[in-house]
Ligand binder design. Structure first.
Ligand SMILES: N[C@@H](CCC(=O)N[C@@H](CS)C(=O)NCC(=O)O)C(=O)O
Length: 246
């Protein structure tokens, strides 16, 4: 019997990874869209599914699965495929750990610092007399980004680019696997911008970064996959139809 999959998706989030793997595997699934609040947080409705209140979450035959890498590993076990690596190689397992345990640690810090600077300036430093403090805070946030977060992210991206000099995918095979699904986020938020601008160093949503040719080529391979295109279309359709039901 086909598994019952209820996928809880949060807009602008890591859960895009799950759309991609579900489409590669050709699994049937129902989507429940959760929209970020004005403060950028997940809505309380998600806490009813899992008290952590963070996405993605998948209910697989009634079992609540959380943590993208774990969810993807469990989904890959459901189906054999001639399109993707369903039994993760050591390279896939390594890169999946790296995606959340190294790359995202710094990128997430950047997101929190940028968001909290805006929030604190708007809420706690809203008065005219606070102008100097707002300026100092913005200078501090800019410094943390350019002196600490961007250099760390650059080291990570160069390291990943070095691996791709010898491999098509982060699985180490000619098919995408667990690591590739994990890197969809955050790379789809920066590489398309770099390709569009055409410059070696790009002002991305995550600071000024140099995206190597191997990473750009990886993205072009991923972007050309029909399953990713279906995934992004399904995500867009679900977000739009969910909004009209709000
Ligand atoms: N390590 C977790 C991270 C989950 C996570 O932090 N999700 C974010 C979205 S990208 C979230 O739900 N944030 C909303 C909030 O914390 O309010 C994973 O890979 O699934």
């Amino acid at each position: 019997m086909a598994p019952e999959i209820i996928f809880h998706h949060l807009n602008l989030s890591r859960s895009t990874r799950i759309f991609w793997v579900l489409e590669e595997l050709g699994l049937d699934y129902t989507v429940k869209v959760h929209y970020r609040t004005a403060a950028g947080r997940a809505p309380d409705a998600l806490k009813k599914i899992i008290s952590l209140g963070s996405a993605p979450v998948v209910e697989l035959d009634g079992e609540v699965l959380h943590e993208s890498a774990y969810i993807i590993s469990r989904l890959l076990e459901l189906q054999s495929s001639s399109e993707v690596e369903t039994k993760p190689s050591n390279d896939s397992r390594y890169w999946a750990e790296f995606a959340e345990g190294t790359l995202m640690v710094w990128m997430q810090a950047g997101t929190i610092i940028r968001g909290s600077t805006r929030g604190f300036s708007g809420a706690a430093l809203a008065g005219e007399e606070d102008a100097k403090s707002r300026e100092a805070l913005a200078t501090y946030a800019g410094w943390v980004q350019s002196a600490m977060i961007s250099p760390a992210s650059q080291t990570h991206l160069d390291y990943m680019d070095g691996y791709l000099a010898k491999h098509s995918y982060f699985s180490g095979t000619d098919q995408p696997g667990l690591g590739d699904f994990m890197f969809l986020f955050p790379l789809f938020t920066i590489i398309p911008q770099a390709i569009e601008q055409g410059d070696a160093v790009t002002e991305t949503a995550r600071g000024k970064l140099r995206i190597g040719d191997n990473l750009r080529n990886w993205w072009k391979r991923v972007e050309a996959r029909p399953a990713l295109q279906k995934a992004l279309k399904r995500q867009q359709d679900e977000e739009e139809s969910g909004k009209s039901r709000l």
